[in-house]
Structures are given as structure tokens and as C-alpha cells.
Design a protein around this ligand. Structure first.
Ligand code: ADP
Length: 422
């Protein structure tokens, strides 16, 4: 059996990478897998992040897949389980954060856990149970327009309570400020009051570091990726530089973007305004068979080289709504994800060896199409986004990928990312 310390289950692919990135920075050697592996882990790692694509599937399926991941992690010896969701708490009214947490708690036989998407490094803070994105509340952050999981209520206690049969409580900033004994006392009090899941405030990394030791005894932690900075110390691990080295780079550079988040719209705009080669996909044209995909690849091939090219479906809220009204939300998402995945494969077959993908769901689809099952986590590009090395049968060797979830990355990410690995 592996001596795995932390077994993590992430509800989408970029979220998994984001978590793995934080664990690497905190000193852990981390392997990320795509889906639940069929075989035991074949490398040594302190933490494994199993990435699912369970954020928007029916709740019962999300719960079943998460428990399957839990069982595999247990066979690898995982001492603590970490359920990772998005730092903007992305979920529908039905779930899946609540139902998955319930299922994992049932499977682990545990009566209490915490829930906090706080990730101060990227501006996600929780205060009095309300989630802020930068300087504004969640429902004013652009997340109210998300294609699949529009977030219209910033109160995490309310949002989570609607999704779980357990009672939801709060460990607020005032308790956190007092340190470990106060946090422990608050947890005991909440437990005695029948609370099963406590939202936790955190407005700074110092808050998260104060919280960390109080989580050491919990069989299950649920959080965004922020809390990860505080967990390795519970196992005696401190930051070190060894884990993030990657194999040498090769191949051309390209970006595919299926994220419609505000930050991604800005990154596409910046790429266009720099006069770089970019091709917009029309989702309606993608409905008529594979011709539009072939056209995109024919456009891209002669342009491939050291300078990145961009293929994108990224649209501003109004354009997105128009497409969704015509095709339906789910169908539009599937058509675009499939097309971008096919295009990514075509680009890699044409010699792209350094690929940036924007969008959580989009990244899941691309990674699946490329046949990637394991990722080695390398150096961080921007908070939440590392370069990774992966074996892909389509690449015929090692491919470098950066998987950016929607709202992450600086405005020049689509060019700057390449500079930060070269
Ligand atoms: P993010 O990380 O920003 O949430 P995702 O890739 O997870 O990005 O989700 C974006 C979803 O929107 C995907 O399902 C994608 O296929 C879909 N999508 C992308 N562009 C369009 C578009 N122009 N019209 C409709 N749906 C789109």
C-alpha cells in the first residue's frame, strides 16, 4: 500500500490542478489523475488529486462517483480526504456540493466537516459566511451569468443548506482571529448543536493557516483550494522546491478557450488587441457536422510556431445567452466542448507541445480527448494555474499543458503563460 497522506477528490479538472498546485507549493509531491484510476498508483506521492467531471452532472451520479474515488484513495492508504470544489462555490440549486459532501460523510462515518471556498490569493474571501470575489459579492462578480452554474446568492450558509440534509453552521472570522483553541471550541459547540457542516470565514492566508491545525483530526475536509496551503504542515511537510521540476519543453504553442467567464473574456480581448492570430468559433456552425472543426484546423496549421495561436468560443454574456436560447444550455455546452476537444487533438497532432486550455469543463473535455490520465504538477504560472506535464497517446510523448479555470489568470495569460515556462 502507498503511504498516501492526503486523498483529494475534485469536481472538475482545472479545480483539481489548482488544488494540486497549492499542495505542491506547500511542499507535497502531487499526482493528479483524470477520473478514478483502475490500478494502484505507480509513483510515490504525498497527495493524489482524483479529478472528476461531477460539478454539473445529476447529484446522485456525482455522489456515486465521489464515493468511488474515496474507496480508491482509501486503498492507497489516504489518511485524510479532501473534497475540492470551485472557489466561487459553483453549484446548481440541486447540488452538487451538498449531495457529494453528504455521501462522503456517510461513507466515512463522520459527523462533522467544514466547507470554505476561501482562496485569498485569488481574491476569494468569506466574511460572515458571505463569499466575495475581489471587491464584490459573488452574485455581482459575473458568476450570476455563468453558463452552467449561475450563482445568484452570496450567502454560503443559505446556498449549502439548500443542498444538504445536514444542518449548516458558521465559524466566523472573530473565532478564527482567536486561534486554535477558539476554533476547536467552536467546532465542539457546533457539533453539540447538531451542525454537520460549518462554513468557515477566511479573508487572508493567515486565517487559513490558523484554521489548518484545527482540521488535522477531521476525516474529511471540504473546500476550495485555499485551505490546501495549511494542510501539509499537519503531516510535518514544509515548502520545498523539489516537486515542481518538469521534463524539457518541445513543440508549438497554442491556446484553446471555451470559458465565458469575465477574466477569460478579458484575456481573449487582450490577445486580439495585441494583433495575435485568433479564430472565433460559431457554436451554430458547429451543429452542422465537423466541417467547422476542419476549417479551424486548416486555419491554424500554417500559423503554428513559437508564437501562440488562439481558437476560442469565449463569448460575452449577451452572445452566450443568445446561443443558449437557440441550442439550450446543455446542448450548447456539449457541442462547444466536443469541438474544442477535437481541435485541441488536431493541434497536438500537428505538433503543438505546449497547450493552454481555458475553462474548467472545457479542460476536462480536452484532457479526456487527449487520453491524458495522469499529470505531474510543475511550476505555477499565476495563482491557481501551474504548468503540468502529461503523457498523451495523441502527442506520442510528453505534452505540457496549462489548464486555466474561467476566472483565473492575469489579463496577458494567453501569451504570458509561455514566457513563464520557457
Ligand atoms: P469556466 O471555467 O469559465 O466555467 P467552462 O469550460 O467550465 O468555463 O464552462 C463554459 C461552458 O460554456 C462550457 O460547457 C462551454 O462548452 C460552454 N460554452 C463556451 N462557449 C460557448 C458559447 N459561445 N455559447 C454557448 N456555450 C458556450
Amino acid at each position: 500500500m502507498n503511504d498516501l497522506l492526503l486523498g483529494c477528490i475534485a469536481d472538475d479538472f482545472t479545480g483539481a490542478t489548482d488544488l494540486a498546485n497549492n499542495l505542491v507549493r506547500a511542499g507535497m509531491r502531487v499526482v493528479q489523475t483524470a477520473g478514478v484510476p483502475a490500478t494502484p498508483l505507480d509513483t510515490t506521492a504525498d497527495a493524489v488529486v482524483v479529478s472528476l467531471k461531477s460539478r454539473t452532472i445529476p447529484p446522485a451520479q456525482a455522489a456515486a462517483q465521489s464515493v468511488q474515488a474515496l474507496r480508491w484513495l482509501q486503498t492507497q492508504g489516504a489518511r485524510q480526504i479532501y473534497f475540492k470544489y470551485c472557489s466561487t462555490f459553483d453549484s446548481t440549486a440541486q447540488g452538487n456540493i451538498g449531495p457529494v459532501t453528504d455521501a462522503l460523510m456517510d461513507a466515512l462515518g463522520c459527523d462533522f466537516t467544514v466547507a470554505t471556498p476561501a482562496f485569498p490569493d485569488v481574491g476569494r474571501t468569506v466574511f460572515k459566511g458571505y463569499l466575495f470575489v475581489g471587491d464584490v459579492l459573488l452574485h455581482e462578480s459575473g458568476m450570476q451569468d455563468h453558463p452552467l452554474t449561475p450563482m445568484t446568492d452570496p450567502s454560503l450558509v443559505r446556498v449549502l443548506q439548500a443542498q444538504t440534509r445536514r444542518r449548516v453552521g458558521l465559524i466566523d472570522y472573530a473565532v478564527l482571529a482567536q486561534g486554535l483553541d477558539a476554533i476547536r471550541a467552536r467546532i465542539s459547540r457546533l457539533r453539540a448543536d447538531g451542525v454537520g457542516i460549518a462554513i468557515v470565514d477566511a479573508v487572508s492566508n493567515a486565517d487559513l493557516m490558523r484554521l489548518g491545525p484545527a482540521l488535522a483530526d477531521l476525516p474529511l475536509v471540504t473546500a476550495g483550494s485555499g485551505v490546501a496551503i495549511a494542510l501539509p504542515a499537519n503531516f510535518g511537510i514544509t515548502p520545498n522546491s523539489q516537486a515542481s521540476a518538469l521534463p524539457a519543453l518541445s513543440g508549438f504553442r497554442a491556446v484553446v478557450s471555451g470559458s465565458c467567464s469575465r477574466a477569460t473574456n478579458g484575456q481573449v480581448a487582450e490577445f486580439l488587441s495585441a494583433g495575435r492570430p485568433a479564430l472565433a468559433l460559431d457554436p451554430l456552425a458547429l451543429c452542422d457536422g465537423d466541417e467547422a472543426i476542419e476549417r479551424a484546423l486548416d486555419w491554424a496549421r500554417p500559423l503554428l510556431g513559437d508564437q501562440p495561436i488562439l481558437v476560442y468560443s469565449t463569448a460575452a454574456p449577451e452572445g452566450l445567452r443568445r446561443i443558449q436560447e437557440q441550442l439550450g444550455v446543455a446542448r450548447a455546452g456539449e457541442i462547444v466542448e466536443r469541438a474544442l476537444a477535437r481541435i485541441a487533438c488536431g493541434l497536438v497532432q500537428s505538433g503543438v507541445g505546449q497547450l493552454v486550455v481555458a475553462g474548467g469543463e472545457t479542460s476536462g473535455a480536452v484532457v479526456q480527448a487527449l487520453g491524458i490520465t495522469q499529470l505531474q504538477i510543475g511550476p505555477q504560472i499565476d495563482p491557481g494555474v501551474p504548468w503540468c506535464a502529461a503523457k498523451s497517446p495523441i502527442a506520442g510523448g510528453t505534452l505540457h499543458v496549462a489548464l486555466k479555470s474561467g476566472n483565473f489568470g492575469s489579463p496577458d495569460f494567453f501569451t504570458g503563460a509561455f514566457g513563464r515556462i520557457a
